[in-house]
Design a protein around this ligand. Structure first.
Ligand SMILES: Cc1ncc(C[n+]2csc(CCOP(=O)(O)OP(=O)(O)O)c2C)c(N)n1
Ligand SMILES: [Mg+2]
Length: 577
């Protein structure tokens, strides 16, 4: 028992006890007491006041993705909770630990459709790992501990906790619990033995990494394991920071618009070791790379939670394990034993490779060479043309430090980002695998608050930017040094692309106007400039990176160039043919 305090004070005390230092939110009269209690601990907990709950929830999600600690978000009842739901869906599909606290109507008014009343259990049950309401202030320490463990344990994900406003005034004498501890399964000895034996006999294995719950240590172990066996490693959609892209074993990313030669490698592999990814629609080219339910390739599927194992794919070897736990054992596992003389003669082992891995080492090197070529932006002779995304990527990757954090939302502009940038270390890519627009700017703000000394670049389309561009005001207030690049083609380009494929020439509902994004940035108090010619790009980037606070480049690109490989005219002609 501790000194008497209100439920709101006990809640804040519990957050501190679990190590939370930062939260994102939009205030509401439903949780004034929590705001008041947070005001008392300002030096220990930073509350970032946002402009829309969608932005706040994305920031909390990005915080969770970056740190592995649950991202904390506070919103008010009905209208606030519904706005925040986009971030909860992102956390669900991206396996990100997050806790959304929602102010709720008083307990005595339930089921009257009181002002802004919403049944959170019903609304969030398909979106969150766990949804609950704290009806008894004495149980706050129990619920908060449960929330941290539910958000982080097994497959990480979002938790929603409703806080009836009158409960927040009740007394709570119960002390907070000790800080949460990560709970993860370890692979069994027999599973690791079987993995080793399957690798020994494989002819063309491929590792695909992805999903949530990774850490820098897990990535380092993954690299040791891959090196010992000379395994080619591909990264799942928007998980390109799990393996050093310049490592000779890096094969590329298995995402939307996959490199055709990598798609062929996935199809032709005889063993897929999927460490973490669910192998969802974006990672399997619309469920075409692996047969369902029984892939043609042997499948070893490692998942942090039991639900995905055997759900879509009948794996030959399902392994329930945390990423760190699996990679630690994989790194410690002895390398390949020698193989029959005949095989050694066809591919003699080198100093770096050992016998059985030598079988596929040339193929791993070829995959990396293919990727390097795919990743090289083409040269363009005429810089007086509108700025080109491939040229921008070429310039950017020369100047970005290895620890720069890159964010984006959804849109065709992201295809160039994913194709031409290079990720060198864990925790440098924040992209929504649920393809949610409007993510780039808020995610960048969270990243810049967490790592004020690192370079943070947010990419947004003209459509994407205006879904959460209002958070530029938050960036300015927080002095979050984000570098935003708005790729303006005057349209919802992805939708236009699909229209041209399915209804060539019939464009409806996908065109946008062209606001002055640079002026808009300046209106928020940020630095802003407009780029209309490719030749202006180098100086514009210099100025963007030199800006004191948040900055924005408004890039007026040629709408014709709809992907790195095709134009609208070509696409329309192909669809009509
Ligand atoms: C929140 C949300 N709404 C709608 C969509 C559907 N959608 C996917 S991409 C896209 C267009 C993106 O436009 P923009 O940001 O301008 O990028 P562009 O494709 O033009 O490069 C839309 C509307 C989505 N993914 N997310
Ligand atoms: Mg656009």
């Amino acid at each position: 028992m501790t000194a008497p305090r209100t439920g709101a004070q006990a809640l804040v005390e519990s957050l501190l006890a679990h190590g939370a230092t930062t939260g994102f939110g939009v205030p509401g009269e439903s949780y004034l007491q929590v705001l008041d209690a947070l005001g008392d601990v300002q030096s220990r907990f930073h509350l970032v006041t946002c402009r829309q709950e969608g932005g706040a929830a994305y920031m909390a999600e990005a915080w969770g993705k970056l740190t592995g600690q649950p991202g904390i978000c506070f919103v008010t009842r009905g209208p606030g909770a519904t706005n925040a739901s986009i971030g909860v869906h992102t956390a669900l599909q991206d396996s990100t630990p997050m806790i959304l606290f929602v102010g709720q109507i008083g307990r005595g008014m339930t089921d009257r459709e009181a002002f802004q009343e919403l049944d959170y259990r019903q609304m969030f049950s398909p979106l969150a790992k766990w949804v609950a309401q704290i009806d008894d202030a004495k149980r706050i320490p129990e619920y908060v501990s449960h929330a941290f463990h539910a958000a982080t344990g097994g497959r990480p994900g979002p938790v929603v906790l409703a806080l009836p406003e009158d409960m927040l005034d009740d007394a709570c004498l119960q002390a907070p619990t000790q800080a949460w501890r990560r709970v993860a399964a370890s692979p069994t000895t027999s599973a690791m033995a079987e993995l080793r034996q399957r690798l020994e006999t494989a002819q063309a294995p491929l590792v695909i990494v992805g999903g949530g719950g990774w850490s820098a240590g897990a990535c380092a172990d993954l690299q040791h394991f891959a090196e010992r066996w000379q395994l080619p490693v591909a990264c799942a959609f928007r998980h390109q920071d799990l393996f050093d892209n310049l490592h000779p074993l890096y094969a590329g990313d298995v995402g939307l618009g996959i490199r055709p030669s990598l798609a062929a490698r996935v199809r032709e592999a005889d063993l897929i070791l999927a460490i973490g990814p669910r192998l969802g629609e974006a990672t399997t080219s619309g469920y075409t790379l692996l047969d369902i339910p029984r892939p043609r390739q042997q499948l070893i599927h490692v998942q942090p939670g039991p639900d995905e194992l055997g759900r879509v794919y009948a794996a030959d070897l399902p392994i329930l394990a945390g990423m760190a736990e699996f990679c630690a054992l994989a790194a410690a596992m002895p390398g390949p034993s020698s193989v029959p003389q005949a095989l050694q003669e066809s591919a003699p082992p080198t100093a770096q490779t050992n016998a059985s891995s030598a079988r596929w080492q040339p193929s791993a090197s070829a995959a990396h060479a293919e990727w390097l070529q795919w990743n090289t932006p083409p040269a363009h002779a005429n810089p007086s043309e509108p700025p080109r995304m491939d040229a921008l990527m070429g310039l950017l990757r020369d100047r970005l430090p290895a620890d720069a954090i890159i964010t984006n939302g959804a849109g065709n502009y992201s295809i160039w980002v994913h194709r031409y940038l290079r990720w060198r270390q864990f925790g440098t890519q924040l992209g929504p695998t649920n393809g949610s627009m409007g993510y780039g700017v808020p995610a960048a703000i969270a990243a810049a608050i967490r790592y004020p000394d690192r370079t943070v670049v947010a990419f947004a389309g003209d459509g994407c930017f205006l879904m959460n561009g209002q958070e530029m005001a938050t960036a300015v207030r927080e002095q979050a040094k984000i570098r935003v690049i708005v790729v303006d083609n005057g349209m919802y380009g992805t939708i236009r692309m699909h229209q041209e494929k399915h209804f060539p020439g019939r464009v409806y509902g996908s065109s946008l106007g062209q606001p002055d994004f640079a002026m808009l940035a300046r209106a928020y108090g940020a630095w802003g400039a407009r780029v209309e010619r490719g030749s202006e790009l180098p100086a514009a980037l210099d100025a963007l990176f030199a800006a004191d606070g948040p900055g924005l480049l408004h890039l007026c690109v040629d709408a014709e160039i709809i992907t790195p490989t095709t134009t609208i005219t070509q696409m329309r002609a192909a669809a009509k043919a």
